[in-house]
Design a protein around this ligand. Structure first.
Ligand SMILES: [Zn+2]
Length: 169
């Protein structure tokens, strides 16, 4: 998996850039949705149960029926979709689970070989949903990811402190 830092930072930035300022607080509040799909690591069917195209779509359903707070559901859906998309670029996800149990993947990389040659890889398609993914041993977050989470956590503390200070004055 792209580590959690990537899962958090990429959609956070994208949403902050793309949204109106009045939605910024919802974007911060709903940030945990960016890593929520990885809960399926604990439930088996990792990269399938919560890593598919249907979950972000289901979360969007209330938007059709309610008028207020639509944005909340749209932000949550964007976070979930970003997780699925990013995982597609690293390993793959069972995009149409439970209807089609193959992993959709995109492989796009640029590397420098030992002979200083640039190696560009671009491949996409469907591949077997191997048992290694299902059990997901060894996958939750790597050290860099944990460091990044700590950094985000610090930011939350800072913003809470600032809000508390502002309320006092
Ligand atoms: Zn994931």
């Amino acid at each position: 998996m792209p580590n959690w830092s990537i899962h958090l930072i990429v959609p956070l930035l994208a949403l902050l850039i793309a949204s109106r300022k009045e939605n910024h607080k919802y974007i911060l509040l709903l940030l945990p949705f960016a890593v929520l799909p990885d809960l399926d690591t604990l439930l088996a069917q990792h990269r399938a149960l919560l890593h598919n195209i249907f979950l972000p779509l289901i979360v969007l359903i209330p938007v059709l029926f309610i008028k207020e707070k639509k944005t909340l559901f749209m932000i949550a859906s964007a976070y979930l979709a970003s997780h699925v998309l990013l995982d597609m670029f690293q390993g793959g996800v069972v995009l149409f689970y439970p209807f089609y149990n193959e992993m959709a993947f995109v492989d796009a990389s640029l590397q420098l070989s030992k002979g200083n040659e640039l190696l560009w890889t671009f491949d996409y398609g469907f591949t077997d949903y191997a048992a290694g993914w299902e059990t997901a041993y060894g996958y939750i977050t790597d050290s860099a990811g944990t460091g990044a989470m700590f950094f985000v956590f610090l930011a939350y503390i800072c913003i809470s402190y600032r809000n508390w200070q502002e309320r006092r004055h």
